[in-house]
Design a protein around this ligand. Sequence first.
Ligand code: HEM
Length: 342
Amino acid sequence: MSTFRATIGRTVNRKSLAILAGLTSVAGSAVAYQNYNNGNKKNNLKPWGGLAAAPGVHVAEKEAKRDYQEVYNAIATKIRDEDEYDNYIGYGPVLVRLAWHSSGTFDRNDNSGGSFGGTYRFKKEMNDPSNKGLQNAFDFLRPIHEQFPWISSGDLYTLGGVTAVQEMMGPKIPWRSGRVDQPENTVPDNGRLPDASQGASYVRNLFDRLGFGDRETVALIGAHALGKTHYENSGYEGPWGPSPNVFTNDFFVNLLNAHWTLNTNKKGVKQWDNDQGHMMLPTDMALVKDPKYRKLVEEYAKDQDVFFRDFSKAFAKLLENNIKFPDQNKPHYFKTLDEQDL
Ligand code: HEM
């Protein structure tokens, strides 16, 4: 049975569409002043400060006319309306995963990859075996993009994750706009996203590449309270816990308290199972085997407020990938549909 709130059946307020009707996309002009090659054509390095320094482009003026809360509301309403997806889990978890995977290719050593260029939209990235199943989130967002054509792909994918976390009763996530679509030759090579069969030192190295320490890493992986693994996507199968569409600290509680057995599943893949039909990936289990990670798991299992606070900060940082946003692009704190009585 779904734990999502019942559909109320009201449609999103479209008043901003009229205001925005005359606006053309800034993506083209932005690319012109975005020196994304940084003098190195081969690597396509991106100086993230390009937007702030842009002469003669009235980003502030254009930004002021864009109502991101309207986009949030459209995504949130669609999540609520299409609640039958994945046996009534709904689209929340897969949207969180798209936001994470479109940011999780980032390499802080050369600023390549990440959410800035919205490169998930290209086949090479979409077809990365690690991204199997995310096409569902992309297809979900397609009509939203048609409704709000001025939003960049990177802004849309990250905003989708923020909306999903908040609508699934998670913490508020501060979110900034300003990512700019980049061309196909900036798509990072496949293989940057984590391999779930690995242990703690692999996880530590991978999250270090993204710019995260242990505390942020453990908080971020707490998102595995949401959704499930699917044979057809990753070869793993099953949900991590009892409420896959409500954001809680259940992942940590379950990881510490359940009795886990290592099994080889029908696809020949090794996963940890308990007697309640929940599962853990080897990388999840690494968080209780490694003593430094384990302390943090214990802290988050005890105190959901601390987890919410740390997750919010780390997720916002993940989605920003060191981008230097224009000064005037202050973080948005979106209202949930409930808070707006929608
Ligand atoms: C070591 C790091 C991680 C590994 C190895 C990993 C691996 C996986 C795998 C194998 C799946 C199952 C995909 C499928 O079969 O459909 C999955 C799902 C998921 N992951 Fe992760 N993940 C990691 C970190 C994260 C982080 C940092 C987040 C978010 C902040 C996240 C959010 C999710 C969500 C929400 C799902 C469920 C998607 C759905 O239900 O469709 N994961 N992850």
